[in-house]
Design a protein around this ligand. Sequence first.
Ligand code: NDP
Ligand code: 2IT
Length: 444
Amino acid sequence: MSYVDEVLERVIAKNPAEPEFHQAVKEVLNSLRPVIEANEEKYRKEALLERLTEPDRQFKFRVPWVDDQGQVQVNTGYRVQFNNSIGPYKGGLRLHPSVNLGIIKFLGFEQIFKNSLTGLPIGGGKGGSDFDPKGKSDREVMAFCQSFMTELCKYIGADTDVPAGDIGTGAREIGYMFGQFKKIRGTYEGVLTGKGLSYGGSLARTEATGYGLLYLTAEMLKCNGHDIKGKTVCVSGSGNVAIYATQKAHQLGAKVVTVSDSTGWVYDPEGIDVALLKEVKEVKRARLTEYAKERPSAEYHEGRGVWTVKCDVALPCATQNELLLDDAKALAANGCIAVAEGANMPTTLEATEYLQENNVLFAPGKAANAGGVATSALEMSQNSERLSWTFEEVDSKLQDIMVNIFHNLDDAAKRYGKEGDYVAGANIAGFEKVAEAMIAQGVV
Ligand code: NDP
Ligand code: 2IT
């Protein structure tokens, strides 16, 4: 049996009931086959793939807090420190009722390669909780965040592990967590990114994931003879990534006609009104029905359906496994030329294969959404030098990083005879640096 197949079997046997983790490992290892085969003896001896798929350590802890009725609630908190061979662990905190260890492990595993692709010195980690911030008062959210950080603060630090936002964790949650870290540990350090601008945050971090997604998508289109300008775009999700992807798409001359949330979706042929979307989602924290109420050109639909709308470019920006095989078929049949993942692993393996086989350009999340974590690393740099850069400085570094990522993965795919396979390119380019660092640092 090949080394890759052996390790895949082992990962599935050792980590039962973690389908998202299996999916992420399968995607990466399958596309690394040519690299592994070229170095099989060395990597086997080093047990490189066994080490890469086993987190350095993982924490699971109780998070008790008191709700507005005086009732004690108990959630589960997680932090998985996956791999720090190229820098301190770095990755977001997801607050969503679906969170479990397997989901955090898939996200942490992806983060290793994503962070490597940014070219910046950050390792891979991820955390979160099954706490649902939806419908909670600010006081309840604060109570949860403080309790969560009371335990998490034992494991993190500006040079050790630097968490940030993800689904359900935005500026409000980061603020409460930062306050509690400072209170307990007594140090004022860049232990979290995505901080508010008044206490060490970076300009452009809020926009970075969505903007970066568009910078990479525009470069991918350009290198394949297309122009983002004038394109019709379908976006899913309506959170941080979706909002700023929509904004940048409009700035680049494209038109975004859909957004969605966990209950429904909006089709707005005039183009999504970003100011209204921000008001509904960032200020009122309301459903998309509120958007449709205020916007005469918009149709609201219950359930799923974004990928049935005819578009040139599809940008899944909500969550994992939200673009299925039938969606891929509908997109390809409607003439879609490119899919770029704003979310982490939004496209299933079958859907990805279908898109690639049907000549739809496909940019995987670990490359396409790397602008968020890259700008987090820029926030860490600013915190270290105790300075802050202008919006334009950060945004221009972000653009350079995204364009470089695209060319690195394009080159890596070509080197292994897989031209145009950006999944393989991203995994290979991300892996090469991590593998070299792991081997150089010995058996640790
Ligand atoms: P937000 O919490 O701001 O927004 C998430 C959006 O996705 C909401 O519209 C939400 O709808 C929808 N959503 C979440 N879960 C589900 C679900 N199970 N089914 C349907 N819709 C769902 O999160 P972000 O925008 O920050 O994150 C979106 C994706 O991007 C995630 O995959 C995240 O890991 C990834 N990402 C985020 C980065 C960042 O910097 N924030 C960086 C890189 C990747 P509703 O409000 O109804 O729940
Ligand atoms: O998935 C991701 O890359 C993020 N949620 C951002 C992580 C970070 O540390 O900024």
